[in-house]
Design a binder for this molecule. Structure first.
Ligand SMILES: *Cc1c(COP(=O)(O)O)cnc(C)c1O
Length: 451
């Protein structure tokens, strides 16, 4: 190609664009330094598009400035944004799991906007423990002798194994050596905790006798892991918490159970064991997440016998895995709601929605849009909790002319972004996870995309 034909040579210089009158307006709105930076990035992007053959000719200077303005506007929007969840998955890990209760949000705002007695004992005027306010609540709600909270569920298991099993062996069923998403694998966590993994049983069947046969003088912990998003059906067997607790006691070991979701009381119609039930069955230590069925902020809860929890308090990892004051405030507030008014916890409220309510909500969206069909769907608790549980829901189903994928992509680009579900080439907006007050914004987003 001769130089004269190379479109890249026609790309204007930053300096020349800055001299245009339209650039003055942009400089006044965004500042000259930001404008210069954005112009460089815009030209860089154009150069890449032309180089890749995606763009045949250099756009007019005016068009370049316009796309520069888009870039400057986008820069003012935060990267982390409130999103409308129309997937029907309540605890969607990629969408931030549990929405917080109004009370928890107020507690966060109050503690974040000033100082607080985070590690200060107001009675004695001395240094206090970070989780001192939380522990009595956790004990009261679960019946545990002792409690502790850390940054997330994964941190809770890592800390528990590091403090209780480092240098020794941990026995786990082969059916429970799961990966929980984002590459969090139980065998890796055991190794990271400085312990050796002893696998027992087979993928589908593990009996108490398998654990018993594997115990030796180096064994410290029997670990039971909730299978999270993974389910075995058919020819299966596992040892329950009560049986394992009996064996642990008999042999002077600890039974640690990673329950995944922190269910404070049995949910009606769901087979998930609650924290209290697992403790009553004899587990020495339980770990679970704060932002799954508990409906709080990201956190990891540790509950159990005092003798099992105390070594965790002394462990140096605790400092690295500790909760920040905003999460602590949200967690304490959520736990108080569980004690006093559990129906105010959004996750609890959502899971209790009736089909009538969902039908009405779907009808409202349909009316706002003047289109789409309302269909019965299934919502999911998500977050690895009760994965097999089917929850009746309603969705507004759209068959956009531009295709479901293209429409979904436009909805993601909307402000606020809307995340739906694609099923067999159709776009489903599941109303289970959409709040009534979000309906007008959801309708506006869909209308703008279907136009
Ligand atoms: C979700 C889950 C975890 C991880 O908890 P995070 O709070 O996401 O770190 C660990 N174990 C099980 C069984 C889980 O379901």
């Amino acid at each position: 190609m001769k130089d004269g034909e190379n479109p890249l040579r026609k790309l204007p210089q930053v300096q020349r664009l800055l001299e245009l009158p339209a650039a003055d307006a942009l400089a006044a709105e965004f500042g000259r330094a930001a404008l210069t930076h954005a112009l460089r990035e815009t030209l860089e992007a154009l150069r890449d598009s032309i180089g890749a053959g995606a763009l045949a000719a250099v756009p007019e200077a005016q068009t370049i400035l316009e796309s520069c303005r888009e870039r400057l506007l986008a820069r003012r929007r935060p990267g982390l944004r409130r999103t409308i969840n129309a997937t029907g998955i309540v605890l969607h890990t990629n969408l931030g799991r549990a929405p917080l209760a109004a009370e928890a949000i107020a507690a966060v705002a109050s503690i974040a906007s000033g100082y607080g007695n985070l590690e200060f004992d107001l009675e004695t005027g001395r240094r206090g423990s970070r989780t001192q306010a939380l522990e009595p609540l956790l004990r009261e709600l679960s019946g545990a002798e002792a409690a502790l909270a850390v940054n997330n569920g994964a941190a809770a298991i890592l800390l528990a194994l590091s403090a209780l099993a480092s240098g020794g062996k941990v026995i786990v069923s082969r059916g429970e050596l799961v990966e929980i998403g984002g590459g969090f694998r139980i065998p890796d966590v055991i190794r990271q905790g400085g312990a050796r993994l002893v696998e027992v049983g087979s993928t589908n069947k593990t009996r108490l006798a398998d654990y018993r046969a594997a115990i030796d003088s180096e064994t410290r912990v029997l670990l039971k892991v909730h299978q999270s998003n993974f389910r075995m059906i058919g020819f299966t067997a596992e040892a329950g918490i009560a049986e394992l607790a009996g064996l642990a006691r008999e042999r002077g070991l600890l039974l640690v159970a990673d329950l995944g979701s922190g269910l404070l009381r049995p949910l009606p119609g769901m087979r998930e064991p609650s924290l209290g039930e697992a403790l009553a069955a004899g587990a020495d230590l339980l770990t679970c997440s704060g932002d799954k069925l508990l409906g709080g902020p990201q956190a990891g809860l540790i509950l159990g016998r005092k003798a099992a929890v105390d070594p965790l308090r002394q462990h140096p990892l605790l400092r690295a895995l500790r909760l920040d004051k905003m999460s602590l405030a949200a967690l304490e507030s959520t736990l108080m709601l569980h004690r006093d008014a559990p129906e105010r916890v959004p996750v609890q409220r959502m899971l209790a929605q009736t089909e009538d309510v969902l039908q009405r909500r779907a009808g409202q969206l349909q009316a706002l849009l003047g289109g789409g069909t309302v269909e019965c769907t299934q919502a999911f608790a998500g977050g690895g909790s009760v994965p097999e549980e089917r929850i009746a829901s309603r969705a507004l189903v759209l068959e956009p002319r531009i295709g479901a994928e293209a429409a979904a992509s436009l909805l993601r680009a909307h402000d606020p972004p809307v995340i739906g579900r694609i099923h067999e080439g159709r776009l489903l907006l599941d109303l289970f996870t959409v709040a009534d007050e979000d309906l007008p914004q959801l309708a506006a987003a869909v209308a703008s995309v279907l136009r």
